[in-house]
Design a protein around this ligand. Structure first.
Ligand SMILES: Cc1cc2nc3c(=O)[nH]c(=O)nc-3n(C[C@H](O)[C@H](O)[C@H](O)COP(=O)(O)OP(=O)(O)OC[C@H]3O[C@@H](n4cnc5c(N)ncnc54)[C@H](O)[C@@H]3O)c2cc1C
Length: 346
């Protein structure tokens, strides 16, 4: 019988984050069975130590070593858990690869995840920042999230409404020391009109001569777009968008757009407006800059890249420089999207 978890001390993390930043964890646990969590977390050597759940490491920046327990979920089952006729209920476990889940659902003739194809990471991380791309957010198809509650030492089921999903936000992101997501429940339609609200996606489908695309064809178009637009972390380590698009009061957005023609502004919820962080960074002349081994991608201004052996602290310094420059020029403060481990952003 395989052990429910393995433990390593003083574990190197460089290969476990897509920015390829060298850092160490005092302890690293790879967990194959979520039922082992209470036993693992209760071990004496971890008393009082912080815990960091790590998926694929595609949305973290290690600014320092982690003096605690890094926990990697490696349970990864997926199944149809219910049938509602026009939709299926799907349960996917935390350690499954996100894009593997997208492929699996498409093979079952289910739609709902196609706009989110090729986002790196594991299923358990998807609700943390409510992953989104090409006009869709994962919270639109999540019915509930199962998570180990470290505060109350219980396994909780949080219905979608209790997850407090927002733009790149959730209860899990707001309370990172409390939750370990163990599985995600989805409701996925069998025959849904594709979500083609995003102009770039419509253009890509038109270029592919697909006027009535299936969900699989939408995923194919999304993958083509992503491969073209974003640097591949395999070849140029990065964590995707390093900054969120800032939400500002509509009045401020209008004033900025009037003063800076070309600034993309999108309406958002609750009367606020979303500005394009990439545009703001590019307007500051920062796209493609390089300092030592740290840089801003020449392909996409939102992406910070590691050209070789940049440290987490160096990348953080560059990120602060980018945010400071945007704030000085436009009076808008950018917030980082990845979790910064071992330092605060400000
Ligand atoms: C090239 C590239 C493109 C990207 N494009 C997008 C995009 O289009 N849209 C988007 O939203 N994101 C994007 N991202 C960011 C990233 O892929 C997502 O945030 C993804 O969900 C992170 O998954 P992960 O497994 O790598 O999580 P990690 O980076 O390992 O962790 C991210 C955060 O989630 C927490 N976490 C992870 N798993 C769990 C769990 N089971 N329980 C509790 N907490 C957990 C971690 O503690 C950390 O705070 C991109 C990243 C890259 C490198």
């Amino acid at each position: 019988m395989t052990a429910p978890y393995t433990l390593q001390s003083d574990a190197p993390l460089r290969e476990l984050n897509t920015l390829r930043v060298a850092a160490k964890a005092r302890w690293l646990a790879t967990v194959r069975d979520p039922a082992a969590l209470p036993d693992l977390l209760g071990r004496q050597e971890f008393t009082g130590l912080p815990v960091l759940v790590l998926g694929l490491g595609s949305n973290v920046l290690f600014a320092a070593d982690f003096e605690g327990l890094v926990l990697r979920p490696a349970w990864r089952d997926v199944r149809i858990s219910g049938d509602e006729g026009d939709a299926a209920l799907v349960r996917a476990e935390a350690g499954l690869g996100w894009d593997a889940l997208v492929d699996w659902t498409l093979a079952q003739q289910l739609s709902g995840l196609e706009n989110l194809a090729l986002i790196p990471g594991l299923v358990g991380a998807a609700p943390i920042q409510n992953i989104g791309a090409y006009g869709a957010e994962v919270s639109e198809v999540i019915t509930a999230v199962e998570a180990w509650d470290r505060r109350d030492s219980t396994l909780a089921m949080l219905p979608c409404l209790e997850c407090r999903f927002g733009y790149r936000d959730s209860i899990f992101k707001q309370e990172p020391d409390r939750w370990i997501v163990t599985a995600v429940d989805f409701r996925l339609p069998r025959n849904r009109e594709p979500n083609l609200g995003y102009t770039g996606l419509r253009d890509e489908l038109a270029a592919l001569k697909l006027s009535q695309p299936t969900a699989a064809q939408v995923a194919q178009a999304v993958r083509r777009l992503r491969r073209r637009k974003l640097p591949d972390p395999e070849f140029l380590p990065n964590a995707g968008s390093f900054f969120k698009n800032p939400l500002v009061p509509a009045g401020l957005a209008d004033a900025l757009a009037a003063a800076h023609p070309g600034l993309p502004v999108h309406a958002s919820s609750e009367g606020s407006s979303k500005l394009s962080a990439a545009w703001l960074i590019e307007a500051c002349g920062l796209k493609g800059i390089r300092e030592g081994d740290c840089g801003v991608s020449a392909q996409h201004a939102l992406v910070l890249v590691n050209h070789g052996s940049a440290s987490g602290a160096e990348l953080l310094a560059l990120a602060r420089h980018v945010a400071d420059s945007v704030e000085l020029r436009f009076g808008v403060r950018l917030e980082p999207e990845p979790r910064i481990v071992g330092a605060s952003f400000r």
